[in-house]
Design a protein around this ligand. Structure first.
Ligand SMILES: Cc1cc2nc3c(=O)[nH]c(=O)nc-3n(C[C@H](O)[C@H](O)[C@H](O)COP(=O)(O)OP(=O)(O)OC[C@H]3O[C@@H](n4cnc5c(N)ncnc54)[C@H](O)[C@@H]3O)c2cc1C
Length: 327
């Protein structure tokens, strides 16, 4: 077969935005080589997701359902995924580069001896290859990687590819009950611990107020939370702040954290190391607050405020509240 297969990730019945980006890219690639694009969803009781997925124009939606697959299992999802790969023999497999995507894609590649490009920023396709553009050396260099194995796999950097809703005919639905044996799984999920307070995910927020080592300690983040709340956004962090235990890893922006693309990113007490930059450079507007006028972040910020953040941020919060009539 000549098809493009896109893994559409869902957790607790919620589709990841980055999977829809992958699906839109899959559709663009399929169009270029005159093939079909299929959306693969694995889980349990996921029929209701078809409507949302259909908006992005797949020719087929393949639903693989089993009650043991309600939550992610590395072995279970791999076996279910492989069953579909065997049936469909896709030319290209696209997976969003989320935590789940980064875990499952190499497992599939290893099992079917496929070439794998991770963290892709762009994909070109020819009749017998894909050429993936991906960052190496902590984002300092972009590499073009050509994959020529019969099935080619790529994970796509979240918030990098455009989603595109299309009005095409409804997709055909294929339903599969996989032949899986949970008793053989080496790791089983026992439960999910939700964060204490329901908080917007930085990778999906439209306003992020991020703090780094310059916040001086966990208590410093109170002023960031106030500004984020006033702007209707959420708080992010640099790795220095996360490594110090001031903020949870879920908030970390950057190479080993999350890739974000908000409308507004306010970087407070963050120097702007390249590993941080690769996570937030796609933000529409970047505002930097830093007391060091030589801080690298000012080289790529749209607006810069040189000053002590403990004075600047509360003043900014007061002005934002006035602007929105909250004070
Ligand atoms: C493989 C690898 C992966 C990495 N992944 C990530 C990643 O995902 N995300 C990430 O962020 N980093 C990552 N890093 C770390 C990165 O290299 C930097 O060390 C880190 O980003 C620095 O964090 P920071 O900017 O908060 O701290 P610093 O570089 O120490 O900067 C603190 C800034 O705060 C300013 N400041 C201090 N006090 C004040 C004040 N009162 N008012 C205003 N400004 C003040 C200072 O002038 C300074 O610019 C990674 C590194 C490696 C090697």
């Amino acid at each position: 077969m000549n098809s493009v297969l896109v893994f559409v990730e869902q957790r607790q019945g919620r589709i990841k935005q980055s999977s829809l980006e992958a699906l839109s890219e899959g559709r663009r690639l399929a169009k270029k080589i005159g093939s079909t694009v299929s959306a693969l969803v694995i889980g349990n009781q996921i029929d209701s997701l078809v409507n949302e997925i259909s908006k992005f124009g797949p020719d087929f939606v393949i639903l693989v359902q089993h009650n043991a697959l309600a939550n992610y299992s590395p072995d279970g999802y791999r076996d279910a995924f492989l069953e579909v790969v065997k049936q469909e023999q896709p030319k290209v497999i696209l997976v969003a580069g989320t935590a789940m995507g980064k875990d499952i894609a190499p497992r599939i590649a290893a099992k079917i001896d496929a070439g794998l490009a991770t963290d892709c920023l762009a994909i070109e396709i020819t009749d017998d290859a894909i050429i993936a553009t991906r960052p190496v050396f902590a984002g300092k260099v972009l590499q073009k990687l050509k994959i020529t194995s019969s099935t080619k796999i790529a994970t796509l950097k979240p918030n990098t590819f455009r989603t595109e809703e299309v009005s095409t005919k409804a997709p055909s639905i294929k339903k599969i009950t996989p032949q899986i044996d949970p008793s053989k799984w080496r790791a089983v999920l026992r439960g999910i611990q939700e964060p204490e307070a329901k908080k917007q995910d930085v990778s999906e927020a439209s306003v992020i107020v991020s703090g780094g080592r310059g916040m001086k300690g966990p208590e410093g983040y109170k002023i960031l939370e106030d500004l984020a709340t006033a702007l209707g956004g959420t708080v992010g962090a640099s790795r220095a702040a996360v490594d110090a235990g001031w903020r949870p890893h879920a908030e970390q922006v950057g190479q080993t954290g999350k890739i974000v693309s908000p409308n507004l990113y306010v970087a407070c007490g963050i120097s702007g190391a390249v590993q941080h930059q690769v996570g937030m450079a796609n933000s529409k507007v970047i505002v930097a607050i830093n007391k060091d006028p030589e801080a690298p972040i000012f080289k790529f910020a749209d607006y810069g405020i040189v000053g002590d953040l403990f004075e600047v941020i509360p003043a900014l919060t007061r002005e934002v509240k006035k602007l929105y009539g909250k004070e």
